[in-house]
Ligand binder design. Structure first.
Ligand code: GLY
Ligand code: MN
Ligand code: MN
Length: 461
């Protein structure tokens, strides 16, 4: 079934007239800017048109079922269809983009209705009964057409000029970092849906729920199916929070519950939110450490504006983490020494944030320019996903954390870092797993808009 999950969510929550009219007003300019940047990229790379595939449903081995469909991001920037496998967008500069919408004759599954919503009048939409039918609707000679998507079998005979040409892809991916007003409206709504889910999850935690039950509370409050989320929620009670992408979702709550780390986002019209909160059940000391991490995170958010080099944000996060660890009596050395000796990386081993948009870890995080060249990560920081200088319209996450990870602590115990760590304090905190606080920020010329904190305020009512 092809659906526009965002629209469903809007109507489910009722008070959406303003959002619907905002989206209606700003989709046209958004599409015009996608057309403009695509035309420039095609010209720079020597192509005459673009053919973008939404993707195909993958069949399970030896079965007739398919895995949940994931639409290709380069397709959904043109048409916010979450669930339209084997559809295509064809774009020739100077002409209206065409959407070839897969609508099979089928009595096993319900065929999708042709889209009729705020964005549909901006594209020429034509149904196709099967994937191959699009070929007859395209120009005879596709020699100057760049195709984007997986290369399915019959594509070979279509004579497209190039399949996923790297230079063109790079141009398109580079531009995706700066969001249009339409995209920002979608991201705000994704944050509001995510905030509803988080509030319900926090209540479920207080009521004694298991990890699995907390996920159900999150999904119900967002009114999204698991497959409609932008990533698998990370919902970890107690020491599970020390696993950065914890995925287990235990169905029974542990006898002793100390803490919850929930990293979960929602999706709206193809755009993601990525939100983390950590809660202590009753331990005042750990609760104070969480409060301190909120302060640290807000200090970092306050430094975000266009022109800031993200590598500096990451290194500043390490410096502030060094201070926090010292104040909390987790380390025995000063912040500078903790940073230079790699002690902060024992407790904070991931990047401070990443680009966010059509994908939760969005593309283009290292690109120096559309033409080429990557910006290296700072030495000793292999997991940073963004190294660019921020520009207005970029949307990034800000997600500092402190964790008690056995694997990293065991390594530190055997080298020169060992005497810089207060091991009895670490042993006492280990049962809480760790803390991460993550907000989504839209970069402005002189500051940033905190999509997440605004969303919590809006839905708290
Ligand atoms: N949810 C994955 C991340 O925060 O990057
Ligand atoms: Mn996250
Ligand atoms: Mn993130």
């Amino acid at each position: 079934m092809a659906s526009f999950q965002g629209m469903a969510a809007m109507s489910d929550f009722g008070s959406t007239g303003d959002l619907a009219s905002e989206l209606g007003a700003c989709f046209g300019p958004h599409l015009a800017s996608v057309c403009g940047r695509s035309a420039r990229a095609l010209e720079a790379c020597g192509y005459g048109a673009l053919l973008v595939h939404s993707g195909s449903a993958l069949t399970v081995f030896e079965d007739d079922r398919t895995y949940p469909f994931e639409v290709n991001a380069p397709f959904k920037v043109w048409a916010p269809l979450a669930d339209a496998p084997d559809s295509f967008v064809y774009f020739e500069p100077g002409r209206r983009p065409q959407l070839f919408f897969h609508r099979p004759a089928d009595y096993w599954y319900k065929p999708a209705d042709l889209p009729q919503t705020y964005w549909s009048r901006h594209l020429d939409i034509r149904p196709i009964a099967e994937r191959g039918a699009v070929r007859a609707l395209l120009p005879r000679d596709l020699g100057r057409v760049a195709y984007i998507g997986e290369a399915f079998a019959e594509l070979v005979s279509w004579g497209v000029g190039a399949i996923n040409p790297a230079r063109l892809m790079r141009h398109l991916d580079y531009e995706r970092a700066a969001k249009s007003p339409y995209e920002l409206a979608c991201l705000r709504e994704a944050s509001r849906l995510g905030a509803r889910g988080h509030l319900a999850a926090a209540r479920a935690f207080e009521a004694g729920a298991s990890e699995f039950e907390i996920e159900l509370a999150f999904l119900k409050a967002c009114r999204l199916r698991e497959q409609e989320l932008p990533y698998n929620p990370i919902i970890a009670l107690n020491e599970g929070a020390a696993v950065l992408h914890y995925q287990i979702l235990q169905k029974r709550a542990p006898a002793d519950r100390h803490s919850l780390l929930i990293d979960a986002g929602a999706e709206f019209a193809g755009y993601a939110s990525d939100i983390t909160r950590t809660y202590a059940l009753r331990d005042a000391d750990f609760g104070a450490l969480i409060g301190r991490m909120h302060e640290l995170q807000q200090t970092l958010c306050a430094g975000i504006r266009a022109g800031v080099d993200w590598r500096d944000v990451h290194l500043r996060a390490h410096a502030l983490t060094g201070e926090l660890l010292r104040e909390a009596d987790i380390t025995t050395c000063g912040a500078d020494e903790a940073l230079t000796t790699g002690v902060t990386s024992v407790f904070f081993p991931h990047g401070i944030g990443h680009l966010l948009g059509l994908e939760v870890h969005d593309v283009g995080g290292f690109m120096h320019s559309p033409e080429g060249g990557d910006i290296a990560r700072p030495e000793g920081h292999p997991f940073l996903r963004l190294t660019r200088v921020l520009r207005e319209g970029f949307v990034v996450t800000m997600e500092p954390g402190v964790y008690f990870i056995d694997q990293l602590l065991d390594a530190a115990r055997t080298d020169a870092r060992a005497d810089k760590i207060n091991w009895s304090r670490v042993a006492a905190l280990r049962k809480f797993g760790g803390i991460r606080i993550e907000d989504d920020l839209a970069v402005k010329a002189t500051g940033c808009e905190n999509l997440t904190r605004d969303a919590f305020l809006a839905v708290q009512g």
